[in-house]
Design a binder for this molecule. Structure first.
Ligand SMILES: Cc1cc2nc3c(=O)[nH]c(=O)nc-3n(C[C@H](O)[C@H](O)[C@H](O)COP(=O)(O)O)c2cc1C
Ligand SMILES: [Mn+2]
Length: 467
């Protein structure tokens, strides 16, 4: 069976030269977020912090799936094969298996009652205007009370005391299930899983159909059933190889002020109110590794997890457009706060790129509000080449289309909130830009749109000439 732990992935990153280990003292409340962010931004590396002020015995990892290379290490494929592999595997389901507590590292330490104290966890104070530390890496395991089917989704938690956090629930499956408990006037049991294999994070961030247990998807991604173990105080199951689990419940009524919070858009979600999570127990490994999920200014894992999910869905969705497009790459731009997508394709006929762009802006995900199509000769991950296409191959009057007043992602602060609704419901403009070469005109005229590369560019190898 493949390893299902967070630390296994972190060890693989380190072995492949993708991670920097910080043994000097760092402070999760003061400088860990900036250090992890700068380490990735300037060096492209993940971080592991081993000496934490105020949190002896813990380590914190950060920026562990921030790009395709790191995702490819997690899934165990070549980078070029990552998205096609995910497209294949999300179709499958592998049901989890139950294991005993004795075989579950997450049960090495069990803390009940007053011993279950959130302030002992090295939760990170992330963005400048956040009011306090948050846990952003918690996956909530809950159950539909009628069917007993599990749901797993990521929810941020503002720490508000030793046994209380805020709990933000956007209108998706978790909110639907919470509504069922509210109707019964019962608290909703929830187990927050913190620190597990990236495949489990991917599955929990993926928008799947209602009633599909996300652990089944994670199992398909890994090619093995996820090993689950029973919780101590609630009737739920959690990954046995996790680092940390917070067992608790979300109260059926009452809201607490929460926010602001530096978000995946790279801007702040402003202060609002959220549901209340009450802690019942904490279990963790003997030497727990906290996953310090970096949010806010791009690039962070927050953008990369969702971008990878959207890329998978769009690759699948766009392949069915017009009976099948020659789609070569899809890049959801984390650097644009998830709101732009670049499609690389080989249009077979004039107008086909626009059809693809329309589909990219109308998919299971609301995030992209700008879609750009580029040709086969452009590296869709290289913004220099994409921007070059945006000028040399775009005739604005015919290649730029704006669709006014459509549904927009909730975190796009520049778009309007639907009158009378919460900020979760926004309306605004979407932009399509066809930056593929115009195919009109004689074949020899196509050179007008070719990038003028140095002579013998493909044959000259710098290595042969460097001193
Ligand atoms: C790092 C990260 C943090 C997230 N935080 C929240 C959150 O606080 N509240 C929320 O409702 N969704 C949040 N999401 C999105 C949901 O986890 C995601 O949409 C999930 O697919 C919802 O699952 P569901 O369809 O089973 O409800 C977050 C996603 C990521 C990647
Ligand atoms: Mn779900």
């Amino acid at each position: 069976m493949r390893d299902q732990s967070l630390r296994g992935h972190v060890a693989n990153l380190e072995q492949q030269g993708e991670l920097i280990r910080f043994d000097t003292e760092t402070d999760p409340h003061e400088n860990l977020s900036a250090l992890g962010w700068k380490t990735y931004d300037t060096l492209g590396k993940s971080s592991l912090f081993t000496n934490l002020k105020g949190f002896p015995g813990w380590t914190v990892c950060n920026q562990i799936v921030t790009d395709r290379r790191k995702w490819a290490i997690a899934i165990g494929v070549d980078e070029a094969e990552l998205i096609p592999t995910l497209v294949e595997r999300i179709r499958g389901e592998v049901e989890p298996v139950m294991v005993d507590a004795a075989d579950a590292p997450v049960k090495e330490i069990i803390l009940l009652g007053k011993d279950a104290d959130l302030t002992k966890i090295p939760a990170m104070w992330t963005s400048e205007k956040d009011p306090s530390p948050y846990i952003a890496s918690g996956m909530a395991v809950i159950k539909d009370p009628d069917t007993g089917i599990r749901n797993v989704s990521i929810h941020r938690q503002q720490i508000q005391g030793p046994d209380q956090t805020g709990f933000l629930i956007c209108p998706r499956h978790a909110l639907r299930i919470y509504g069922m408990y509210q109707k019964r006037n019962e608290p909703m049991p929830a187990a927050m899983v913190i620190g597990a294999h990236p495949a489990i994070y991917y599955a929990s961030a993926f928008t799947s159909s209602y009633g599909l247990d996300e652990f089944n998807i994670a199992g398909s991604l890994l090619g093995d059933p996820i090993r689950l173990v029973k919780c101590e105080t609630i009737d739920l199951e959690v990954p046995a190889d996790a680092e940390l689990v917070i067992e608790g419940e979300i109260l059926p009524e009452g809201m607490v002020p929460e926010g602001p919070f530096g978000e995946a858009s790279g801007t702040y979600a402003m202060e609002g109110s959220t549901e209340i999570f009450r802690v019942k127990a904490i279990t963790h490994r003997k030497d727990p590794m906290f996953y310090g999920m970096q949010c806010g200014a791009p690039m962070t894992d927050t953008q990369s997890i969702t971008a990878t999910c959207i890329e998978t869905v769009l690759m699948d969705h766009l392949r069915n457009v017009e009976g099948g497009l020659d789609l070569l790459d899809v890049r959801v731009l984390g650097i644009a706060g998830l709101m732009a997508v670049v499609l690389k394709l080989r249009p077979r006929v004039e107008g086909q790129a626009k059809t693809a762009l329309m589909a990219a802006l109308s998919s299971p995900y609301l995030h992209p509000k700008m879609a750009i199509a580029v040709d086969e000769d452009i590296d869709a991950s290289d913004m220099r080449q994409v921007f070059w296409s945006l000028t040399t191959r775009v005739h604005a009057a015919r290649d730029v289309v704006i669709i006014p007043q459509t549904r927009i992602w909730s975190l796009d602060n520049v778009s309007d909130i639907v009158p009378g609704m919460s900020p979760m419901y926004r309306i605004g403009g979407k932009t399509m830009i066809d930056a593929t070469k115009p195919s009109v005109g004689r074949a020899e005229e196509q050179d007008r749109f070719t990038m003028a590369m140095p002579k013998n560019y493909n044959d000259v190898d710098l290595k042969d000439f460097l001193p």
